[in-house]
Design a protein around this ligand. Sequence first.
Ligand SMILES: C[S@@+](CC[C@H](N)C(=O)[O-])C[C@H]1O[C@@H](n2cnc3c(N)ncnc32)[C@H](O)[C@@H]1O
Length: 256
Amino acid sequence: MARKPPSHRPRANKGKMSGSKTEGRKRSRVTSKPEQDDATRLLHTKVKTASGRKISSKLWLERQLNDPYVRKAKEKGYRSRAAFKLEELDDKFGLLKPGSLVVDLGCAPGGWVQIAMKRGADRVVGIDILPVDPVAGADLIEFDFMDDSAPRRIKALLGAAPDIVVSDLAANTTGHRQTDHLKTVSLVEAAAEFAMETLRPGGHFVTKVFQGGAEKVLLDRLKRNFQKVQHAKPESSRKGSPEVYLVAMNLQSREP
Ligand SMILES: C[S@@+](CC[C@H](N)C(=O)[O-])C[C@H]1O[C@@H](n2cnc3c(N)ncnc32)[C@H](O)[C@@H]1O
């Protein structure tokens, strides 16, 4: 089982590089120029602003085209670049054990589900408001985790207390900072509540949090109930992104 993604080393092929001027002209909207990456020589693809394309879409597309994790995810057949974040967290903290029962909150398009199964989980129960293509060994439901009946529906599928609850939940942003912050805080709190209620004793909880970590009240509560609580920023998490992950290990109690 290959745990580390292989480094990507494109073959030297100067004359036929997709970044050559001729090819760039043919594609008309995409031009490339060779650029030295940290570890490997990669192509930096620039996207011209076409009429009708917003600057934000242009920047998004350009970032996707030049993101080594997007490329590696494609190579490995992962559905998301986010898959590498769970791989890294698992490498660091040893969370996923063979035979585990895993709950994945906010699981679309399914990258974390793939990693959990690849690392030996027996079953994954996942939920997302978006549809998710099936993954062998996983029960995936299309439902709003913030709906009052969501925890009951997940528990009905589980059949036993999970070994680990992972949450990569991220609300659609509105652009209004306070509203977005409140939405995110609610998702993290709901995920933590669900984890502390359902996990087996000794179970683990991983959640995405934003803006410098979990809220103090929640963090204190997690510290009371788990043996070890730590924030971590995987390499694969974009440097400019305010996201960070909180890893709570070894559930000891369920104090309010
Ligand atoms: C960053 S993505 C998860 C990526 C996933 N870990 C992977 O590796 O493929 C966050 C997900 O949270 C989902 N989400 C946001 N709010 C939700 C809610 N209230 N209920 C269920 N899913 C939600 C979004 O639809 C989105 O698919």
